[in-house]
Design a protein around this ligand. Structure first.
Ligand code: PEP
Ligand code: MN
Length: 338
């Protein structure tokens, strides 16, 4: 429920409404706006009888929100969230963030080469998976904690913050020891226990859209994290399952402007997993930025043909450099370079 106050409502009237909400056993969160204050009501499981609120002095309107998310919505939080990590700002008013690196951490040499290569081309954050959610059990499953150490060393050497996926609650301690951003993959978007646990941390989280998740389900998943107290959430569109099999997934770019309107959280795009095809990655990365994405995540491997995972969608050093040159030109054209 959202209580919208008159623009002339006094501080006293706002306080009285807050107390009335609290007396109903619910939480009241004031949302100051340029025109008027609103009060978000949290903690209700279903419809709230608003008869005691509607009549209070200074109340203009009571809006019942039936969506499964509130705290991540713009209605409840009109100011855009900017996530800060290792000197990089992700969100409105900042140049789009470029996250790059291999699908999987394979060796120290591969990780160091990747880190230097993406840094030299202008990336801001290094990626690499140590715990891999592979479709089949016989595929490379990742190097685990040893891999995390390699990622951290490579990030430190190249002076890049690092991001990696966490698949299970038991992996959280180790991942937090080595990574700056925790990634929750598409397959775990609705692992509610994991979402609640990362919500208790104070560490940025990149939440990827589930492959069959609606936007409402995607935002409700983010709500699990924010509701536990961790507001540092970045959303990531990575393609969804459709009838089309010519691409690995179908990149749903329309979610970018839609989510920017519906939520205050930053949204980035992963064109690598969305397309699964190297030649499509650069053009869809640029399309994502034109659509208003706050960044892109690109799989880059020093030798994609030898990659243990997702080589077909990974750019090599040359391909990534060319993309970065194009992105710089594009941002100048769009005048969003800060
Ligand atoms: C990844 O980014 O490493 C990954 C596994 O992606 P997704 O969860 O989107 O499939
Ligand atoms: Mn991958």
């Amino acid at each position: 429920m959202l209580i919208v106050m008159h623009h002339s409502a006094t501080a006293e009237q706002i306080r009285t409404v807050q107390e009335a909400v609290q007396a109903m056993g619910l939480r009241a969160e004031p949302i100051p706006g340029s025109e008027r204050t609103a009060i978000g009501v949290l903690g209700n499981q279903g419809y709230v009888d608003d008869s005691g609120i509607r009549e209070l002095p200074g109340v203009r309107e009571v809006i019942h929100v039936s969506k499964p998310y509130k705290m991540v919505s713009r209605d409840f939080h009109p100011v855009s969230t900017v996530v800060e990590v290792g000197g990089v700002s992700i969100g409105d008013g900042h140049s789009p963030v470029i996250i790059a690196g291999p699908c999987s951490i394979e060796s120290e040499a591969q990780m160091l080469a990747s880190a230097h290569l993406v840094k030299a081309a202008g990336a801001h954050i290094l990626r690499g998976g140590a715990f891999k959610p592979r479709t089949g059990p016989h595929s490379f499953q990742g190097l685990g904690v040893e891999g995390l150490k390699m990622l951290r060393t490579a990030g430190d050497e190249a002076k890049l913050p690092v991001i990696t996926e966490v698949m299970r609650i038991e992996q959280l301690d180790a991942v937090c020891r080595y990574a700056d951003i925790l990634q929750i993959g598409a397959r775990n978007m609705q692992n509610f226990d994991l979402l609640k646990e990362v919500g208790k941390l104070r560490r940025p989280v990149l939440l990827k859209r589930g492959m069959s998740a609606t936007i409402e389900e995607f935002l409700a998943a983010a709500e699990y994290i924010v509701a536990e107290g961790n507001g540092e959430v970045i959303l990531c569109e990575r393609g969804i399952r459709t009838f089309e099999s010519a691409t690995r997934n179908t990149l749903d770019l329309s979610v970018v402007p839609l989510i920017r309107e519906m939520s205050h959280l930053p949204i980035i795009v992963d064109p690598s997993h969305a397309t699964g095809k190297r030649p499509l990655v650069p053009v869809m990365a640029k399309a994502a930025l034109v659509a208003g994405a706050h960044g892109v995540m690109i799989e880059v491997h020093p030798d994609p043909d030898k990659a243990l995972c997702d080589g077909a969608q990974s750019l090599n050093g040359e391909g990534f450099e060319a993309l970065m040159t194009d992105i710089r030109r594009l941002l100048k054209f769009l005048e969003i370079e800060k």
